[in-house]
Design a protein. Sequence first.
Length: 131
Amino acid sequence: MGAAAVIPILRVADAVRSRGFYLGVLEFEEEWEDQFDLWMPRVVALRRGDARLFLTEHDACPPGALVYVVVDDVDRLHARIAAAGLAARWGPGDQPWGMRELEVRDPDGNTLRFAAPVQRDAEPHAGGVHG
């Protein structure tokens, strides 16, 4: 029996603030949000294409994850991040394994590495091997 999906759960201090970052800057879409009661932690389900993430305020989830997300265009995402006044941790840059990657941190310190296959017919880009 195979798994239907793997969904990373990222610990956030404020799901409303983090949702704004993921929707407004990183182009995720919200699937649903739940808070069973006012004293319960909030959970937000996000999607970007086929990639899914859960954000949770629940303190049982340890902070500080690294999530690898394959996208169509890393450079377009980088431009969007820069337009929001934010800086990438590194990239975008072509890696020896054939991916163009960009790494960012969310407001809670979780790391997201976005990647797209290197376009072989294009000129090589600088910034490979994480920087």
